[in-house]
Design a protein around this ligand. Sequence first.
Ligand code: NIG
Ligand code: FE
Length: 433
Amino acid sequence: MTETNNKSAATLLIGPIKEILTPICNDNKPIRGQAMDTIKHIKNGGIAVNNDKIIAIGAYDDVKTQITTNANTQYIDASDNIAIPGFIDPHTHLVFAGNRASEFVERTLGKTYQQIAQAGGGILHTVKHTKEASLDKIVKLGLTRLKLMLEHGTTTCEVKTGYGLDLDCEIKLLEAILTLNKMQPIDLIPTFMPAHAIPQNKSEDEYTDEINNTMLEPAYKLIKEKYENNKPYFVDVFCDKGYFGKFNTIKILKKYKERGFQGKVHANEFENLSLVKEAIDNGAISCDHMLNTNNADIEALKHSNTICVLLPGTSFFLNLDSHANAKLMVDNSVAIALGSDYNPGSSHIFSIPFIFGLACLKLKMTPAQALTATTYNAACAISAQAYTGQIDTGYKADINILNVECIDEIPYNLTINPIKQVIKNGKLVYTKK
Ligand code: NIG
Ligand code: FE
């Protein structure tokens, strides 16, 4: 190929690719219902990239005619592999210290998550260890976890604070997220979540006022100082029995919205506190968990753009009897995405391919629905769908090359990591040894 003026130069050319599989959506809205099963397939495909963006996609032979190459162009042969968008994990609690392996064992012996929390374990246990750890230590722990996530194909990841529960420690965790964002390839999307549990010796009302009156401005200031200007940032509240009630959840969402934080809620994880409709009315971008979801919730959700982020890792890891009713949601055109909920207590699972498998097994989703829910729809849950979540021209070159022949093999190979190579922002950032 020779250089001509009207063709773009490829810094990276991936091809031939056995098959490219991607959701395609150009209206910025989540993909719903049966449309979740409509995946674009391109056999003998090619993807050309200029710096961080995709400049051409299609049949390999066609792509080659649309671009120019030079001595610096990098080539990736994927003739035995499929290419899918990089996974987007829209729900993690990645920054914390300590571990709760003993609680896992207690649960195998019959205790519930709530009983363990009431006895002083649970989130408050992790808060104690997180307060004791330095910022450097939290960053170091985070880096190790992000490396594992990248190896499993996560290219964009939402990360919540929430194991500080006081101003200093919550700001330390936010600082850790913003620092980690600059240290490694995965794009991190920060969520401020001081409303993760009620600290000892404070009432729910007292702590809610503290979150609104003393934590909002320092968190906002830090985000404005250290985060990319045009990117969204979020606030999340754990609304459940023994945590935050509906009244205080909405109070926090409203207050933070004034400062540009988009709202998220942990809803219906254990009990349904009738939050969903009001969360939607107050602009929540996502309602996460949604295990105990009723018809009124479904009715409210199907007329909204609020996304249900389903977290099958949590119901699996807690060994609960039931899982989120994804089928009911898909049948009612409720927008759904999938996430890992990676955290030390209820889901010590960071692998999106494994979550993909659980979604098929336990949530009865089809592989195509799971692909849509771990890529484009997951991007919608963190307002990132304008630039990532699908393989198309103009989007970021966030691409996974898989060692499988079709997406059915992702759930089928439940414990085998299918990722061969990860391309993030147009750079090859991981190759399986
Ligand atoms: O999403 N529900 C609240 N937060 C986490 C659990 C956190 C923990 O147990 O440390 C969750 O399940
Ligand atoms: Fe969570």
